[in-house]
Design a protein around this ligand. Structure first.
Ligand code: HEM
Length: 487
């Protein structure tokens, strides 16, 4: 096996003991560093992180081979002791591969797959109209607050229409408290829970991850453990309350919580696990959606020609007497291309929570590590794989030399009869980007996300023009909706 290590993929030389760690610690926007290395080292970059084997996966071809075709080996996430105390075993995005994760993932798939995601169309349309109206007329919130509020489109899908009550008011934050869960602002609570998990996964955040023996220190003497156990209780309580309220309030059974409360869809899950499934789905959905919408607004400011082209399409297909809806989707290729291009150009998660090189043995219900090979390169068992979605989306061999440009036209062609834009046939069913990840751990909410982004963007572009005004974004009524958007 040691001999095989001579065949590890190439990577930047590191220093003794710490390896490549000093080159990476404290670097913001690490994906730019990885992107540079991709051009030097190719589809896999090997890194030694203080003795830990880490590989950065830089190309779609490598991701398809390892994460799709060999998904039995690469569907685990690395273990984090602190995250486990906070509850990662019950949170789909962070859970290790195994029976509990499989049960949760099956239940999530049952309520988020391509077919059922259309049942959330009415609530998504309503939320998109509220968002556009807020962008135009809400003078009391900052643009950032409005964009963050845009995540309520997906939250309403999970918890039902406006089921979580919003009464934003000044909150007193306890400085000793790592996890702030303001009752009056559920979106903020969900976002803080997400941050609590991801910050516990940062390499070097907790000494116990490097010295696991410290886990034997009792909670009374270990503050990190006390806090993590306390936070598990508080997150469970919050998720449970959101779930119970949603199931109780959703008489029409349109929300994901209501669907999941049907035992058939979520067989094998306890009530508490259902609350964690829905809670962790919202955490995964929240910032990914609002980040993508922020980049959409930014792109529209930077490229008024794209905005104009999209509005011409909306005027032609939808007109001014009604707002866009999902029946228009097949006739709005330019808007669909904008959704794809925003996701390609600025993936909400440029580097994905690592995968582990492991092999599942269902017979024994635990997992054996396994060495692997890719194109003559050795992948030692236990290697953590980082998915570099940023570089995959900016692959010049796939997208051409203008990868850094925002250009929805790359997914389109002109029709022969009318000279109008149509989606290139291959992108009818293909994303055209890698921003939802790959294989068994790929984004389970991608259909709901795509629908939310389509309708949000279509209704915003139909209702208003987005222009920069000094340093703030001005949303103007110049497009003049012909009827009151919100009754
Ligand atoms: C713009 C929107 C979104 C983007 C870009 C995005 C992207 C991603 C990515 C990259 C992953 C990790 C995939 C991997 O490891 O290969 C992921 C996982 C996940 N996403 Fe999304 N996502 C979005 C929206 C959503 C929505 C709306 C939902 C739910 C309604 C959702 C639910 C999840 C869940 C539960 C996971 C964890 C899957 C697992 O580990 O089994 N996401 N997402």
């Amino acid at each position: 096996r040691d001999g095989n290590r001579k065949l590890l993929p190439p990577g930047p030389p590191g220093v003794p003991i710490l390896g490549n760690l000093p080159q990476l610690v404290g670097v913001s926007q690490l994906w730019h560093t990885f992107d540079k290395w991709k051009y030097e080292y190719g589809s896999l970059t090997f890194l030694n992180m203080a003795g830990k084997d880490v590989m950065v996966l830089n190309t779609k071809a490598a991701a398809m081979e390892l994460l799709e075709r060999r998904s039995a080996i690469y569907s685990d996430r690395p273990r984090s002791i602190v995250a486990e105390y906070i509850g990662s075993r019950m949170a789909i995005p962070f859970a290790r591969y195994g029976k509990p994760w499989q049960n949760m993932r099956r239940a999530a798939h049952a309520v988020l797959n391509a077919r059922v995601s259309s049942q959330y169309h009415p609530v998504q349309i309503e939320e998109a109209i509220i968002l556009a109206h807020g962008l135009l007329y809400d003078k009391s919130s900052t643009l950032l607050e409005k964009i963050n509020g845009s995540a309520s489109t997906v939250i309403s899908v999970v918890y039902g229409k406006r089921s979580l009550s919003f009464e934003k008011k000044g909150q007193v934050v306890d400085p000793d408290e790592e996890l702030h869960l303001p009752e009056s602002d559920p979106l903020q609570s969900l976002s803080n829970i997400g941050h609590r998990f991801t910050s516990s996964l940062y390499p070097g955040a907790y000494l116990v991850e490097v010295l696991p023996i410290l886990d034997y220190v009792p909670a009374t003497l270990a503050r990190w453990k006390r806090n993590a156990q306390r936070d598990f209780g508080r997150i469970s309580e919050t998720f449970q309350k959101f779930y119970d309220d949603a199931v109780r309030n959703d008489q029409q059974r349109t929300s994901l919580c209501a669907s999941l409360s049907d035992t058939q869809l979520a067989s094998g899950l306890t009530n508490a696990e259902k609350a964690w499934v829905t809670g962790s789905i919202s955490v995964a959905a929240l910032e990914t959606t609002s980040t993508t919408l922020s980049f959409f607004l930014y792109a529209m400011i930077q490229h008024p020609n794209v905005q104009e082209q999209a509005q011409k399409e909306l005027d032609r297909v939808v007109g001014r007497s009604r707002s866009p809806n999902f029946t228009d989707i097949a006739h709005l290729p330019y808007i669909r291309a904008i959704v794809k291009e925003v996701l390609r150009w600025q993936p909400a998660i440029p580097l994905v929570v690592p995968r582990m090189a492991m092999e599942a043995s269902m017979v024994h219900a635990f997992y054996f590590a396994q060495d692997d090979w890719y194109e003559g390169n050795f992948i030692p068992k236990g290697t953590a794989l980082i998915l570099n979605l940023w570089s995959m989306n900016r692959d010049r061999d796939i997208y051409g030399p203008d990868v850094d440009q925002f250009r929805p036209e790359r997914f389109l062609q002109k029709s022969e009869e009318k000279g109008e834009y149509i989606l290139q046939a291959e992108y009818e069913n293909e994303d055209g980007h890698c921003s939802f990840g790959f294989g068994r751990r790929g984004c389970v909410g991608k259909y709901v996300a795509d629908n939310a982004l389509f309708i949000d963007m279509a209704i915003i572009l139909w209702a208003l023009r987005i222009e920069p005004k000094a340093f703030e974004i001005k949303t103007s009524t110049k497009r003049g909706p012909t009827h009151d958007l919100v009754k």
